[in-house]
Design a protein around this ligand. Structure first.
Ligand code: ASP
Length: 330
């Protein structure tokens, strides 16, 4: 963990804004203005072809360089930031963290200063340390933007935006929606960012459904309803989002169910979905563990919008990259 403890107490939402209210960095959805969230969702939609399948190209980032710094594993987020940057005409540098000097003990700031000296304009950062994206944002030169691509269990703002976009495409009436997020809420940055965004968009009801050992402990989620049985959590839900158990973030396995118990009690399947609304949609941020948090046939079935989430992820990352680049000086 490389973050300066000071960075943990500061207001990341203010730090990410320029004086005109636009985003310089994207660190968190918490406290982000509703109008700005909607603008980003609309921009993302404009990067999708009319049938919603293919992100279109533009030269909005021509001449810009993006550095992808993923200090934790990633498939979808890293690939989609890479493609998003290229589809906007940027040069994209994917730092190989396994051979980078951070492995030799270089501090994260020295890595960042090195990339600054190579004129990297946008740094996309994933790290297991809470506060790392904000710490970097506070220390970069004025021309650099920092995008949080997954911060410990704290925040994953572009995932939150792609989840909101996917929900909006199917159920635009947020005020009348019941959304159930099911699984390891306590250790999930995906749940936190989705919750922040859904709260701002005025979701009718958010349920956080999990075994007690995985229930949220933070006060900031207290607006949501915590539910400890799956059938109650799913009852009349419009949107159901399954989460992976974040074993890499769980120190104390006390009370954590075995895989078999977990699927029996909290795994979602077509059969368990009978408690939800008849046309409820099913989401998952990936990577999926079929047969643990979600049944494979449900993940591949007619309710599933999981591949659409992936496509939307490219469009959302294009929108965020274009947004922060717009205010950059040539
Ligand atoms: N891909 C998501 C994340 O980075 C979800 C997960 O890993 O379970 O948080």
């Amino acid at each position: 963990m490389n973050a300066n403890p000071e960075s943990l107490s500061s207001n990341d939402c203010e730090l990410q804004l320029r004086a005109d209210g636009s985003l310089r960095h994207l660190l968190t959805l918490k406290g982000l203005d509703k109008a700005l969230i909607i603008e980003l969702l609309d921009d993302a939609e404009s990067y999708l072809s009319p049938d919603g399948t293919l992100p279109v190209r533009s030269d909005a980032l021509a001449g810009r360089t993006i550095g992808n710094l993923f200090f934790e594993p990633s498939t979808r987020t890293r690939a989609s930031f890479d493609l998003a940057g290229r589809r906007l005409g940027a040069d994209v540098l994917n730092l190989d963290v396994n051979t980078s000097s951070r492995k030799k003990g270089e501090s994260i700031l020295d890595t960042i200063y090195t990339l600054e000296a190579m004129a990297v304009d946008i740094m996309v950062v994933r790290d297991a340390g809470a506060g790392v994206p904000a710490y970097i944002a506070r220390n970069v030169k004025e021309f650099v933007s920092v995008l949080n691509a997954g911060e410990a269990d704290v925040s994953h703002p572009t995932q939150g935006l792609l989840d909101l976009l996917t929900i909006r495409q199917h159920r635009p009436d947020f005020e009348n929606l019941v959304v159930a997020i099911v699984g390891d809420i306590q250790h999930s940055r995906v749940a936190r960012s989705a919750a922040h965004g859904l709260q701002t968009l005025g979701v009718g009801e958010l349920r956080l459904v999990s075994p007690p050992a995985m229930a949220p402990v933070d006060a900031e989620l207290s607006f949501a309803r915590t539910v400890s049985t799956l059938d109650d959590g799913l009852r009349d839900a419009d949107v159901v989002m399954a989460l992976r158990i974040q074993r890499e973030r769980i120190d104390d396995l006390d009370g954590i169910p075995s895989v078999g118990e977990y699927f029996a009690d909290f795994g979602i399947s077509e059969d368990r979905m009978r408690h939800a609304k008849p046309d409820a949609i099913v989401m998952h941020p990936g990577p999926m563990n079929r047969g643990i948090e979600i049944d494979g046939s449900l993940a591949d079935g007619w309710r599933s919008v999981i591949t659409q989430q992936v496509t939307n992820g490219v469009a959302v990352r294009m929108a965020v990259l274009a947004h922060v680049a717009r205010a950059m000086q040539k």
